[in-house]
Design a binder for this molecule. Structure first.
Ligand code: PRT
Ligand code: ZN
Length: 289
């Protein structure tokens, strides 16, 4: 008998909020619209969602205010939180990068010696500099790091980059990559001591796996000439053996297969050349292997 409720912290309002909630909904969790509430519960799973600032999530999970959380790995590492990273979630991808003014040419991190670098990530930056044996001065600022060089506060910055647009706008260019991040599911280190919560976490992780597997795959269906069966099964990169179904027309077969999402356009010309017709590509909501 399960009892206890799993408390999950997600970002209240920011880049990770919508995708975190979407992931939970894709896992079949019926979650209320949150608007301005501090927490909501899932109607069909023993789980409460707490909405917090992302910077607070690692510590709250470490200190058991929440049992688990969804947050950028960059924040987990920067806060030196003592938590378990249970799963990388494949969204919120970005890189923490050292960027310099346009025109400044550095080819090795050692050339950063003696310069001033502004960042909101002093812990990760310090670790990077030490591991490269570099002695730079770290200037910690909490926001708008990208304007530091033009204000004369620093020679370079170390900040999160995703598209690179912000850097270009401020006439900065990325030089060295310090840390690659994505959203992760973290858990309190002692969650195993609470068997009901631990079991709920395992259930949630199985559902997350099924959503992540499905996200990278597509369901491919087509009709093929019976004599082209071998040729076409050789072209289709099916994750498992494809399904071949006889049709009323004895000269034709239907082929169904689950394929990696990014291979469809690579094989489509070969499929058509081999005689495939009526090709359908469908998204998959969940996939349990
Ligand atoms: O209010 P709260 O404290 O909860 O939110 P926040 O403002 O601190 O965080 P938020 O919502 O901006 O980001 C949450 C998480 O999203 C980060 O911790 C990262 O893990 C991840 N993430 C992914 C990003 C970006 N992409 C990103 N582009 N976080 C920040 N940025 C910022 C970056 O700081 C820079 O100012 O976007 C700008 C650069 O973007 P590009 O596309 O111009 O390169
Ligand atoms: Zn924040």
């Amino acid at each position: 008998m399960l009892n206890g409720t799993l408390k999950l912290a997600v970002q209240k309002k920011g880049r990770l909020t919508d995708k975190s909630l979407q992931l939970l909904r894709n896992c079949g969790l019926d979650i209320d619209n949150y608007s301005d509430r501090l927490f909501v519960n899932a109607r069909n799973f023993s789980l409460d969602v707490l909405f917090l600032r992302d910077d607070d999530i690692p510590e709250y999970v470490q200190d058991n205010v929440a049992d688990i959380g969804i947050v950028g790995e960059n924040v987990v590492v920067e806060k030196k939180a003592d938590v378990r990273i249970e799963k990388k979630l494949g969204f919120g991808r970005c890189s923490l990068m050292i960027a310099l003014r346009d025109g400044a040419e550095l080819s090795t991190p050692q050339q950063l010696n003696g310069i001033k670098i502004a960042t909101s990530y002093p812990v990760i930056l310090k670790h990077y500099l030490e591991s490269h044996n570099v002695d730079s001065k770290i200037i910690t600022i909490s926001g708008s790091v990208e304007i530091a060089p033009s204000l004369g506060v620093a020679d370079a910055i170390c900040d999160i980059v995703s598209t690179g647009q912000t850097l270009r706008l401020h006439k900065l260019k990325p030089a060295f990559s310090v840390f690659d991040s994505e959203a992760v599911l973290i858990a309190n280190n002692n969650i195993k001591q609470y068997p009901a919560k631990f079991e709920l976490l395992q259930r949630l992780l199985r559902r997350i796996d099924s959503v992540l597997n499905a996200r990278d795959s597509r369901y491919l269906m087509m009709n093929i000439p019976a004599e082209a069966e071998n040729e076409i099964t050789g072209i289709v990169p099916a994750l498992k053996s494809p399904t071949i179904v006889p049709l009323a027309d004895k000269n034709a077969l239907a082929l169904h297969a689950v394929i990696p999402n990014d291979t469809f356009w690579e094989i489509i010309d070969d499929l058509k050349a081999a005689g495939a017709t009526d090709i359908l590509l469908l998204s998959i909501e969940n996939m349990i292997l």
